[in-house]
Design a protein around this ligand. Structure first.
Ligand SMILES: Cc1cc2nc3c(=O)[nH]c(=O)nc-3n(C[C@H](O)[C@H](O)[C@H](O)COP(=O)(O)OP(=O)(O)OC[C@H]3O[C@@H](n4cnc5c(N)ncnc54)[C@H](O)[C@@H]3O)c2cc1C
Length: 276
């Protein structure tokens, strides 16, 4: 049960959603966009947020669509992880989505909720960073389309009342060779200890991570080391582990254990890439 009252809105269009959010905010009321709702409901029940209003965006057609354009795949932010997984349109993202939570939750959790929520893992982010994806955002001042990496640095930076509309993935990434490794402390569906996404472009390994630190990231320094074939696989993995940008420990594993698991996973990935 949610132990307080709030106003529920279900706008028919994107513009209406943003207008409602902006008007409420200007009156000093707090409002949240509601997509899959899994995080919002948990946080309301726990008392960590207490919004005056909830704006349900999950039935807005543009947000639910997943379709090919001439040059890219466009995924609406209210597409569920299950829909993205089943479509297999972007295989690396499909793999990442299929490894988050269980089937029931995958049918509910959305791309937008995973990217914009407070959970630190955001495992849909690495495949977007690696593919040079763009995102479309809509706020009271209008629409903008920007490289995802311009608005994401550990968390997404949205302007007041701004909404994530969609992610656009360039065509080359949809058929690129890719790897995805997710390692957890116990159950397959746990949060990641180390989650690695990799995409090959022009014989160069692009790589991004979740679980290793308190934010998902892509590192050019790590990519340069891993692509330096004059070093052995084990040397490259060792050096990459020394470039992890933050020491992160939680109940699932210490920073030292994470580094150990990271190094082994990198070795496995390089073996597979280089030796088949
Ligand atoms: C059992 C379980 C296991 C999980 N395991 C993992 C895991 O291993 N790895 C992982 O990465 N994640 C995991 N998650 C987290 C999950 O992937 C989602 O991040 C989270 O639950 C929120 O998704 P949602 O669609 O329900 O978002 P919501 O609860 O609807 O929203 C979350 C936040 O994002 C905002 N928001 C939503 N959509 C938009 C939008 N389009 N524009 C702007 N703001 C928006 C909302 O206002 C809210 O602040 C797990 C969740 C559960 C329940």
């Amino acid at each position: 049960m949610i132990p307080f009252n709030f106003t529920y809105y279900r706008p028919d269009s994107l513009e209406e959603a943003v207008r409602i959010h902006s008007e409420l905010t200007s009156k000093g009321l707090s409002a949240v966009y509601y997509s899959g709702g899994s995080e919002i409901i948990t946080m309301c029940r726990a008392g960590s947020i207490r919004p005056d209003a909830v704006i349900d965006i999950k039935e807005i057609p543009e947000l639910k669509s997943l379709a090919m354009d001439e040059s890219c795949l466009r995924i609406g932010s209210a597409c569920t992880l299950y829909k993205i997984k089943q479509s297999k349109a972007y295989p690396l993202l499909a793999l990442a989505c299929g490894r988050i939570a269980d089937h029931t939750n995958q049918c509910r959790i959305t791309l937008g909720g995973n990217i914009c929520g407070t959970i630190i893992y955001k495992e849909t982010v690495p495949p977007l960073l690696l593919s040079d994806a763009e995102v479309t955002l809509l706020g009271p001042e209008g629409k903008r389309t920007v490289p995802f990496s311009d608005v994401f640095d550990g968390r997404i930076h949205l302007l007041p009342s701004e909404l994530l509309v969609s992610a656009q993935i360039p065509k080359w990434a949809l058929s690129a060779q890719h790897f995805h490794i997710k390692l957890t402390a116990q159950e397959k569906i746990d949060y990641p200890l180390v989650s690695i996404a990799a995409l090959i472009k022009d014989n160069f390994l692009r790589i991004a991570f979740s679980g290793v630190c308190s934010f998902p990231f892509r590192s050019q320094q790590i990519e340069l080391v891993l692509n330096n074939k004059s070093l052995s696989i084990s040397e490259r993995a060792e050096r990459a582990a020394s470039l992890i940008p933050e020491e992160y420990s939680d109940r699932a594993g210490s920073a030292e254990y994470r580094r150990f698991v990271f190094k082994n996973a990198i070795e496995e990935l390089l073996e597979e890439w280089e030796n088949g």
